[in-house]
Design a protein around this ligand. Structure first.
Ligand SMILES: Cn1cc(C(=O)NCCN)ccc1=O
Length: 116
């Protein structure tokens, strides 16, 4: 379906805050477990337990490649990343704690973005 120029501009506006939030997530002190895909050689059971891996570099690539059509598509991949983390890691582990901290940060920034 061909988009008008206005629709293309509207789409760009809608996703612009996603770039901003992603910048902040990547810069977060507790982003280290999420910057790259989980190393399945280091964690051989990961692929068996987590059927849909997701990480910040993959989200960045999808955003840059125009894969996300709406903000909610973007938000769904972040929620997937956090659910994967809770599934695979103990809450009181270093990665588990980082995941909870990053999710709390994301949810508050997302609310500001949507609630204006
Ligand atoms: C998201 N996640 C990350 C790791 C990890 O150790 N990442 C840092 C590598 N330097 C392990 C399990 C997990 O679910």
């Amino acid at each position: 379906l061909k988009r008008s120029l206005n629709q293309a501009i509207a789409k760009e506006k809608d996703l612009a805050p996603c770039r901003e939030i992603l910048d902040q997530l990547e810069a977060h002190d507790e982003a280290w477990p999420f910057l790259l895909p989980v190393n399945t050689k280091q964690f051989p059971t990961y692929k068996k337990i987590i059927r849909s891996p997701m990480d910040l570099s993959t989200i960045r690539k999808k955003l840059n490649d125009g894969i996300y059509k709406t903000r909610d598509d973007f938000c769904a991949d972040l929620q997937l990343m956090f659910v994967n983390c809770v599934t695979f890691n103990e809450d009181d582990s270093p990665v588990g704690k980082a995941g909870h901290s990053m999710k709390t940060f994301f949810d508050s920034r997302w609310a500001e973005l949507i609630a204006h």
